[in-house]
Design a protein around this ligand. Structure first.
Ligand code: 13P
Length: 247
């Protein structure tokens, strides 16, 4: 099971103290789950130094090109160079605030693999789409167009993050999560055959210490992508500790 923390645009130097606390605790009490933190790019190498290999580090985004005149962007190679082994692509905040299309997200995924990173591709419907009963059609379209064929043989995770559940304290019901993750597993298997088994499907959207155990116990939930609750070591540790034993 992979428990990933996405810090988004949060974290100044004092946040390293939270990582130190996390590492101290994980060294004292090792857990079954793989733990990943995706801090802002400015902190990546410092978080990697503190992590000392106990947890993995990832980027929150990358540009499709390895280098060039793209002011303000960060390449997958730079994520790797800063100590990252994973990169998130296609987060709904990138899609929403930066107009990222499925085609661009797919190019970013390819860039992540090129640089030797594992790639977490995010998908998920908006509230209007769910109310219209379109959630499966939306994620199917995103799965088909944001995830390149190479996912069958490259380190990949899918993060199902319903947009309306992000940062709102609202989550789908356990039954809705179970239904969606079963659907996504079916779609991945249809497309990638046996290669799909190696692709965990993370759930993201208002995961917290209270609901983590129930969510992580759902069949085909292969981990979590945690926003707000990943910023505090104690909260994030409770979520990490909620991963089923042997998962
Ligand atoms: P929250 O956990 O804050 O709802 O954010 C989820 C998310 O977007 C993780 O990528």
């Amino acid at each position: 099971m992979l428990i990933a923390g996405n810090w988004k645009m949060n974290g100044l130097s004092p946040a390293l103290g939270e990582v130190e606390a996390l590492i101290r605790e994980l060294k004292a009490r090792p857990v079954a789950a793989k733990v990943l933190i995706c801090p802002p790019a400015t902190l990546m190498s410092r978080v990697a130094a503190v992590a000392g290999g106990v947890i993995s580090i990832g980027g929150q985004d990358c540009h499709p090109q390895p280098s060039g005149a793209f002011t303000g962007d960060i390449s997958a190679e730079m994520v790797r160079d800063a100590g990252g082994t994973w990169v998130i692509v296609g987060h709904s905040e990138r899609r929403q605030y930066h107009g990222e299309t499925d085609t661009l997200v797919a190019a970013k995924a390819t860039a992540g693999w090129r640089a030797g990173l594992g790639v977490i591709v995010c998908i998920g419907e908006t509230e209007a789409e769910r109310l219209a009963g379109q959630e499966e059609a939306v994620v199917d379209r995103q799965l088909a167009a944001s995830i390149p064929d190479a996912a069958a043989t490259s380190p990949t995770a899918v993060a199902y993050e319903p947009v309306w559940a992000i940062g709102t304290g609202r989550t789908p019901t356990i039954e809705e999560i179970a239904r969606m993750h079963a659907h996504l597993r079916q779609q991945l298997t249809k497309r990638f055959g046996n290669g799909a088994r190696a692709i965990p499907i993370l759930y993201g959207g208002s995961v917290n210490p209270k609901n983590a155990k129930e969510i992580l116990a759902v069949p085909e939930v292969g981990g979590a992508l945690v926003g707000g609750a990943s910023l505090k070591a104690t909260d994030f540790l409770s979520i990490v500790g909620a991963a089923p034993v042997g998962s």
